[in-house]
Design a binder for this molecule. Structure first.
Ligand code: 4NP
Length: 169
C-alpha cells in the first residue's frame, strides 16, 4: 500500500511546494512506495505556478520548480497517512475541516528539523512578505528537515511517522 504524505502551507506557492520538490528529489531513487504532494489551505493561487522568488531559489539550487501547480486542501487529502503542516495557522485550518479520527495524522513539518530541540516545534517562516533571504531560509530548513524525513522513511518504511501500516479503509 502506498504511503501518502501531504505537505500543507497557506498558498501552496512557496513553502509546501519547496518541501514537495526537495523531498521528492530525495526519494526519487529510493524505490519506496511513497507519494509526496503538496497543497495550500487557501484558494488564492489555485492552478498557479510557484511564486517566482521560490522558483528562483529552487532552480539556483538545482531543483526543478516548473511542474508545480497550486492545489487546495480538501476531502481528497483526508486519506493521506501523514499531513505535514508548515505552521500553526495551517494546522488550525486543516484541523477545522479534517475528520476528528484523522487528527493524529497531522504534524508540524519542523518536528523533524534536526536543528529544533524540544517542543513545540516552530513553523517554517512565511517568506511571502519578506526579502530574498526568507526564501533561502525556507530552502535551508526544508533541505535539512527533508533529509531526516527521507532517512526515517528509508529506515522504517511508513512506521512511526503516521498512520499507514495497513491503514483501515
Ligand atoms: P505559502 O506562502 O503559504 O508558503 O505558499 C504564501 C503564499 C501566498 C500568500 C501568503 C503566503 N498570500 O497571501 O497570497
Amino acid at each position: 500500500m502506498t504511503y501518502r504524505i501531504a505537505l500543507v502551507c497557506l498558498g501552496n506557492i512557496c513553502r509546501s511546494p519547496t518541501a514537495d520538490v526537495v523531498l521528492n528529489a530525495l526519494l526519487d531513487d529510493s524505490g519506496l512506495d511513497v507519494v509526496v504532494e503538496s497543497c495550500g489551505t487557501a484558494d488564492y493561487h489555485l492552478g498557479e505556478r510557484m511564486d517566482p522568488r521560490t522558483a528562483r531559489v529552487l532552480a539556483d539550487a538545482g531543483y526543478d520548480p516548473d511542474r508545480h501547480r497550486a492545489r487546495q486542501f480538501g476531502p481528497e487529502w483526508f486519506d493521506h497517512d501523514l499531513i505535514l503542516v508548515m505552521d500553526d495557522s495551517n494546522r488550525d485550518d486543516v484541523l477545522d475541516v479534517l475528520p476528528a479520527d484523522r487528527h493524529g495524522r497531522v504534524r508540524l513539518f519542523r518536528e523533524f528539523d534536526p536543528e529544533v530541540s524540544g517542543r513545540p516545534a516552530p513553523g517554517v517562516p512565511d517568506p511571502w512578505y519578506g526579502g530574498p533571504d526568507g526564501f533561502r531560509e525556507v530552502l535551508a530548513i526544508v533541505e535539512r528537515t527533508s533529509r531526516v524525513l527521507a532517512d526515517r522513511l528509508e529506515d522504517e518504511p511508513a512506521t512511526d511517522l503516521g498512520e499507514h501500516p495497513e491503514r483501515p479503509a
